[in-house]
Design a protein around this ligand. Structure first.
Ligand SMILES: Nc1ncnc2c1ncn2[C@@H]1O[C@H](COP(=O)(O)OP(=O)(O)OP(=O)(O)O)[C@@H](O)[C@H]1O
Length: 246
């Protein structure tokens, strides 16, 4: 097996001296597609912050056995004020910025790539619109384009489907499957239907982490993992999407 992109060992992390996550172990390999589920407040976003280096652990280790990877990040859109005066295209192009290269002028190919991603994320015609004038779903798509423009080795997505409507949902999932051919994906989602149809493996996060090496879960396994989530998918017609019992 290839060396992991990220290896987390015996991690304890939290805020103001109070742990949210305890004794977490997780390896993420190239081209993994990990679905991250768990109850509200279980620590999913906290784990993503540790991965991204935004939050320092209290103890334990986060290492990068193949060298520090380029990581693309789509944060939870509901937590971002997007009233700042920049356009969709500028936001997407800001994903090109890296510490050593931010001062270099953008090349034509970068602008072409931004245009390509504007189309790919269903934002055609909105490239020059200030992001303050976008809907939540449109802003989320612009941030997704920003997260992938630099072709990261690991893409971290925090509930990318919160604002996504039915018409873009299928395109989003097709895009993620396409991206997964070249990058690992860490996908936090409450949409259990998304998880079961897209991901390869699952992490249940509820104070600690239980790794599940497939995309099929049962209610009994969730109990063992202490991961109280609803296996019924929400939508126009509620339906059971994961196995009930073997
Ligand atoms: N900046 C912070 N300062 C203090 N406590 C925080 C901070 N951010 C999160 N927390 C707390 O840490 C716990 C875990 O939060 P986190 O956002 O990681 O959960 P989550 O699993 O992503 O939840 P959700 O499904 O609701 O998004 C919660 O109790 C939350 O209130």
């Amino acid at each position: 097996m290839s060396k992991p992109l990220v290896s987390i060992q015996n991690l304890t992390a939290g805020y103001n001296g109070t742990p949210v996550l305890k004794n977490v172990n997780l390896d993420i390999h190239p081209k993994d597609f990990l679905g991250v589920i768990g109850p509200n407040g279980g620590g999913k976003t906290t784990l993503s912050k540790v991965l991204l280096g935004i939050l320092n652990p209290f103890s334990g280790q986060v290492s990068f056995p193949s060298g520090r990877p380029n990581i693309g990040y789509l944060p939870q859109v509901s937590q971002i004020d997007h009233s700042f005066p920049v356009t969709v295209k500028e936001v997407i192009l800001s994903g090109m910025a890296r510490p050593k290269t931010w001062w270099k002028p953008l090349k034509k190919e970068h602008k072409e790539k931004a245009d390509y991603l504007i189309n790919k994320t269903g934002l055609s015609g909105l490239g020059n619109r200030p992001v303050g004038q976008l809907s939540g779903g449109q802003f989320q798509r612009a941030l997704l384009a920003r997260a992938i423009i630099n072709e990261p080795q690991l893409l971290v997505l925090d509930e990318p489907d919160t604002f996504v409507d039915r018409s873009f949902e299928g395109e989003l999932y097709t895009l993620l499957e396409e991206l997964n051919k070249t990058m690992a994906i860490f996908l936090i989602s409450h949409d259990i239907g998304t998880i079961s149809s897209l991901v390869k493996t699952i992490a249940c996060v509820n104070g600690t982490l239980h790794y599940h090496p497939s995309n099929v879960l049962t209610a009994d396994v969730l109990k063992v993992y202490n991961c109280p989530i609803d296996l019924i998918a929400h939508g126009p017609v509620p339906h059971r999407v994961l196995k009930d019992h073997e």
